[in-house]
Design a protein around this ligand. Structure first.
Ligand SMILES: *[C@@H]1O[C@H](CO)[C@@H](O)[C@H](O)[C@H]1NC(C)=O
Length: 364
């Protein structure tokens, strides 16, 4: 294909893709890799150099560079497979394209693969007759900016703080950013009989354990008073006099999409577990893969809303979706967010949902 026809193909593609997805020429080239069926367009070395520039990647040795290039190539093929399995989303090169699946699993996720305690308190059943068709807590000021867990399996702590930030906003009218590092450093004790295993910082945890910790410890400090380092093994520096938000109670929401929506609207953003299989290559759009296990929940995220408008590809226009806040920085996904389709418990998104309430208290 010559340069001119490649360029017009890119133009065509760019108009087919959502306006929500920001575009520049490099992005288009990168996306093209997985949009086109021809293998000769898989000029991996070229795309690798674009990738390195875009995400500021450097490697210490030539050996490391070549190793990362080989992983990058495998991830290009993976993105291509994901694009076929998940046509309503856009898959391609992301800032995680030089990580193996195992590295990604270990350092960017962190939800312990555990069952919720059987005696977990269940959320009361709410009326669902006048649920809105679209709802987004970001528009109501209940959601802080997108954070970045870095190279640490602490997703669970971000999911938990996000839910408590929302609950605190609902009870006080004040949006504050809460400390994940407090959870990473201090939340290690639990009753293994009841929970199976306790939270362990960068090695994973569960949102409900974190709520239990916050309830017992008295609350969470502000992000700025107990800042995130993304490092494990630090001693707990929790200072009770700096508590900014307190948990009043929390409960588990039933596996029912209307109940999930009703709890979201009533109580604020919800802590949810998800199978992150399609997230390493996700760029934008609504992820609705044909095949995605409902059981392998390995990532804790925050459900902030739902909708059906603004869909990226015309033929899937009416498919409803959940809006999910992730903790991989704004340079991942749609400004740090993920959309996943609603209706079939895709990737287990409805399987582990918790809602939390905060005590009315004022942050300093
Ligand atoms: C907290 O407890 C109240 C009173 O029992 C209940 O109505 C509410 O649903 C609970 N909230 C959460 C988030 O669990």
């Amino acid at each position: 294909m010559d340069k001119l026809s490649l360029f017009s193909l890119l133009l065509l593609l760019s108009s087919a893709v959502a306006s929500a997805i920001t575009t520049d020429e490099a992005d288009l080239l990168i996306r093209q890799v997985v949009s086109d069926g021809e293998d000769d367009l898989l000029d991996a070395d070229h795309h690798f150099s674009l990738f390195k520039t875009k995400f500021g990647k450097t490697y210490a040795t030539q050996e490391e560079h070549d190793y990362r290039l080989s992983i990058f190539k495998a991830n290009l093929r993976q993105a291509k497979r994901h694009q076929l399995l998940d046509p309503s989303a856009v898959h391609g090169v992301t800032k995680f394209s030089d990580l193996t699946a195992a590295e990604f699993q270990r350092t960017r996720l962190g939800l312990k693969r555990l069952k919720l305690p059987t005696d977990a308190r269940k959320a009361p059943i709410l009326p669902t007759n006048d649920l809105p068709t679209d709802f987004d807590w970001r528009e109501h000021g209940a959601v802080t900016g997108v954070k970045d867990q870095g190279s640490c399996g602490s997703c669970w702590s971000f999911s938990a703080t996000g839910a408590l930030e929302g609950a605190h906003f609902l009870s006080t009218g004040e949006l504050v950013s809460l400390s994940e590092q407090q959870l990473v450093d201090c939340d290690h004790e639990c009753d293994p009989e009841q929970y199976g295993s306790c939270d362990s910082g960068c090695n994973g945890g569960l949102m409900n354990n974190a709520f239990e910790y916050a309830l017992k410890a008295g609350g969470l400090e502000l992000e700025k008073d107990y800042p995130y380092t993304g490092k494990d093994g630090r001693t707990c520096k929790f200072d009770k006099s700096k508590i900014a938000a307190k948990v009043s109670n929390f409960s588990v929401v039933s596996l029912d999409e209307d109940q999930i929506a009703a709890n979201l609207v009533k109580n604020g953003p919800l802590a949810v577990g998800i199978n992150a299989a399609f997230m390493q290559t996700y760029i934008g759009g609504v992820s609705c893969p044909y095949i995605c296990s409902k059981r392998n929940l390995d990532h804790g995220v925050l459900l902030v809303g739902f909708g059906s408008a603004g869909y990226s590809i015309i033929r899937f226009k009416e498919k409803p979706y959940w809006i999910i806040k992730n903790s991989w920085g704004e340079s991942w996904g749609e400004d740090g967010y993920y959309k996943i389709c609603r209706g079939r418990n895709i990737c287990g998104v409805d399987s582990m949902v918790s809602t939390v309430a905060a005590i009315h208290t004022s942050a300093q």
